[in-house]
Design a protein around this ligand. Structure first.
Ligand code: NAP
Length: 512
């Protein structure tokens, strides 16, 4: 691969600096580089310390962001805590109106969101559009999902112990919800956590990844403009070791909704004390390609599965296990399809795949590829790196003991393993400790069902790449991939708690 041709102009926030709506989130602008503020208690605030934000496109500095420490984060948690009644005073139908207004504002100011996603995360145009659209859609879906906040009516006469009583089991908001998000979907993942939390009547303190904090700040500004009462949404930027741990350990936070790596998720599980946890963790999606699959179609979908967002998706296809009869055809078709995904400058409209989040991240992935090659894997395509850009990499003849077959890769690499038959394919695909996503390619309905039942993942996709998160279906992991289910109605279940009200009825003759 030739080095990607980069637009010569330095990466900068043009659209953001030209848009009056967002003036409040900027402390100052030096030589075209904005310094951002945090959003606490309804005001945009300075911080004690700042850090440079660089873009993965060319490594240049695109902004300075606050590094909120434990004390500053505590201030944001306090604001959320003090306003837990404020949000409950906003009736449900008003909350839905404010969400709908937020969705409109996201789309009206879409250029700014697009630019932030491009500059801080290196996302190409298609991915910018998909993410802004999905965030707006999540807000709009609140109208349909609000009924999940109802409860149950239980007559007591089904048991002698409760005869003469009835119960209303109601759902109540928890109070403060902490939202901690990773770098790979800096707008959608926070939106997917904040939306059900506020809809259900909680207040929120949110922290995005220090590598991609701007999209979340933009979201907070449009939510403020749309009419969320002061203090109901609070946003801090800062690393996990400061701001993140302050949220996780605070007794005022009743639930932490975390998306990120399995390692950090395990740490949060240990340190969070007695609070509810929603953990969306790492993944290792196996793609099972059986001998009756449409091999060309499976190849195209597997390639999209490992190349979209430069492979930085928890639901990325991270290994393919292919029955020997179709193995050679599949490898050949994958190599051909991967040619369509050459990385390029995300500022160019035609680019399908941009850089990884940083040159360090690309080097880590490259090292995994080298390790597999040293153990006998055959490089069928790719593995060319220029700074944060890595070409789509296809590794054939991978064996189960190689790290690429076992560990999350989080880069555009497809390890391919050959197996004898369906039974061996399932055995290999269920070996990994992760349990987030998987997919199976076959034309036979009975095999679809049989294999899908055996795959030990929270979601199984048949004849397509896994694409969880957006749309209407719930998602979440088993085992090392986490606990809880996301999807607006399912998240509301987690973000509320039940209260059982018991009504003693009058004498029997008056109950009929
Ligand atoms: P990460 O390193 O685990 O970080 C995720 C978030 O946790 C960041 O905001 C990070 O802060 C924060 N954090 C780090 N240490 C913390 C601590 N001790 N206490 C509280 N917060 C802490 O993950 P990432 O590299 O950003 O994202 C990639 C990972 O996310 C992959 O493993 C991927 O599979 C997973 N992911 C899962 C899903 C899903 O739906 N299951 C979706 C997307 C991504 P800073 O980075 O700012 O320090």
């Amino acid at each position: 691969m030739a080095p990607p041709e980069l637009v010569t102009e330095q990466a900068r926030f043009h659209a953001l600096l030209d848009d009056d709506l967002f003036a409040a989130i900027i402390e100052s602008v030096d030589d075209g580089t904005p310094t951002f503020r945090n959003f606490i208690g309804g005001t945009w605030r300075k911080c004690h310390e700042y850090t440079d934000l660089t873009t993965p496109i060319d490594g240049s500095t695109i902004g300075r962001v606050p590094v909120a420490d434990a004390e500053e984060t505590e201030g944001a948690i306090d604001a959320a805590f003090q306003n837990r009644r404020t949000i409950r005073d906003l009736p449900g139908h008003k909350r839905i109106e404010v969400f709908e207004r937020t969705a409109e504002l996201i789309l009206e100011h879409r250029d700014v969101f697009r630019e932030a996603l491009m500059l801080e995360a290196g996302k190409p145009r298609h991915d910018q559009d998909a993410e802004t659209g999905a965030a707006a859609e999540r807000m709009r879906a609140t109208r349909a999902e609000a009924p999940h906040i109802y409860g149950d009516y239980l007559p007591g006469d089904w048991s002698a112990d409760t005869d003469g009583k009835v119960s209303l089991v109601i759902r109540e908001p928890l109070g403060v919800v902490g939202s901690i998000a990773p770098f790979n979907y800096p707008l959608f993942i926070p939106a997917a956590k904040i939306t059900p939390a506020l809809l259900a009547g909680n207040t929120v303190v949110a922290k995005s990844s220090i590598q991609t904090p701007v999209s979340m700040l933009l979201l907070a500004r449009v939510m403020e403009e749309a009419g969320w009462p002061a203090g109901t949404l609070n946003v801090v930027t800062g690393p996990g070791s400061g701001a993140g741990e302050a949220i996780v350990t605070s007794p005022k936070v009743r639930l932490v909704s975390f998306t990120g790596s399995t390692g950090v998720g395990k740490r949060i599980h240990k340190t969070s004390g007695l609070k509810k946890l929603h953990l969306e963790l790492g993944g290792k999606a196996y793609s099972v390609v059986l001998d009756d699959a449409d091999v060309q179609d499976a190849a195209v979908k597997n390639v999209a599965g490992f190349c979209k967002n430069s492979g930085q998706r928890c639901d990325a296809v991270s290994a393919a296990v292919v029955v020997e009869d179709v193995y050679d055809d599949f490898v050949e078709a994958v190599v051909k399809a991967a040619g369509e995904w050459s990385p390029g400058d995300p500022r160019k409209a035609e680019t399908k795949m941009g850089p990884l989040i940083s040159a360090d991240a690309a080097r880590r992935v490259e090292a995994m590829v080298e390790d597999a090659k040293s153990k006998g894997a055959r490089l069928a395509a790719g593995a060319e790196r220029h700074d944060a850009f890595l070409s789509p990499t296809v590794l054939a003849d991978v064996t189960p003991e190689m790290a690429v077959a076992r560990d999350e890769i989080f880069g555009p690499v497809l390890p391919i393993l050959k197996v004898k038959d369906e039974r061996e394919a399932v055995k290999q695909a269920t070996k990994t400790p992760y349990g987030l996503d998987s997919c199976v390619f076959t034309k036979d309905f009975e095999r679809m069902w049989r294999v899908a039942k055996q795959l030990n993942t929270g979601m199984v996709t048949i004849n397509d790449l896994p694409k969880h998160g957006v749309g209407h279906f719930p998602f979440g992991g088993q085992r090392e991939s986490g606990m809880g289910r996301e999807g607006i109605g399912y998240s509301i279940d987690l973000m509320t708690e039940l209260k059982t009200m018991v009504f003693k009825l009058g004498p029997k003759e008056q109950r009929r």
